[in-house]
Design a binder for this molecule. Structure first.
Ligand SMILES: [Fe+2]
Length: 262
């Protein structure tokens, strides 16, 4: 017996009324790690990261799904749990950032590279800074982007690697995706992030508007307006922090440091 902790919040991504696929299945897979499956047909799915490979295997079995491919955002331990076992038992295609230390070979993809996974167009984007090698996977035809731990709801990942200029450039890259893009993050720390926003920017109520209570997959259009980590070049943020005229990357760095102290 296993405990199915995966929360199935199916979201239909296709605009075509006659089609039922693809469907995004998302939910907390283990702890605060989000798991994602994109269902491309009645029995076929793609997955992003392996927050708990053995639970993913149980889900695949339970749903009678075949895992066709897995896309890895980065190699932090909580994204590769039983990854090797998952790859071996499913025989799925495996895409990861070129140069990442991963088990099982797979195919390394490079920044800006477009490729096809089970009929879906994907573009790999280097969005490093959280770790030394973070990739996001943008599905332009689905208006969907999986960003690992680079961006969170009203927040961003810890800066384990940096430098701030690189992390800020990565966040800007995500910010520049099309307005309709929905963002799938590796974790959800919305409660703590909103507390941080409330404490840090008491004079900017726009940052904690009702819209800011964004749920996965996040609306990029909302995050652009409510997430201070995407707004380090917004004069209102600089003024609020007493850093008027400072380089946005330095403002981002300061923001991240303040958030670490919460
Ligand atoms: Fe991470």
């Amino acid at each position: 017996m296993y405990c199915l902790t995966f929360l199935d919040c199916s979201i239909h991504l296709s605009d075509e009324a006659t089609m039922h696929y693809p469907i995004l299945h998302s939910g907390l897979l283990k702890g605060d790690n989000y798991g994602y499956f994109v269902q491309t047909g009645p029995r076929e799915v793609l997955a992003v990261d392996a927050p708990e490979g053995r639970v993913m295997l149980e889900i695949l079995k339970h749903k009678s799904w075949t895992l066709k491919a897995l896309l890895l955002t980065h190699t932090h331990h909580d994204h590769v749990v039983y990854l090797e076992e998952l790859l071996q038992k499913t025989g799925c295609a495996f895409f990861h950032p070129e140069g990442a230390e991963v088990p099982g070979g797979g195919r390394g993809v490079t920044d800006g590279e477009s490729f096809e996974v089970n009929g879906l167009r994907v573009q790999a984007l280097d969005t490093s800074g959280h770790s030394d090698l973070d990739f996001s996977y943008w599905f332009p035809d689905l208006d969907l982007c999986f960003c690992g731990d680079t961006l969170f709801a009203s927040g961003c990942g810890r800066m384990f690697a940096g430098p701030p200029e690189r992390f800020w450039a990565s966040l800007k890259r995500l910010r520049e995706l099309p307005e309709a893009t929905r963002i799938c993050c590796g974790h959800d720390y919305l409660g703590d992030n909103l507390r941080f926003v409330r404490q840090t920017f008491p004079n900017l109520p726009v940052l904690r508007s009702v819209e800011g209570w964004d749920v996965m997959p996040l609306r990029l259009a909302v995050q652009r307006k409510c997430n201070p980590f995407l707004m380090a070049d917004d004069p209102r943020i600089a003024v609020s922090m007493g850093l008027e005229g400072a380089d946005p990357a330095m403002i981002f760095k300061k923001l991240r440091e303040l958030r670490n102290q919460l």
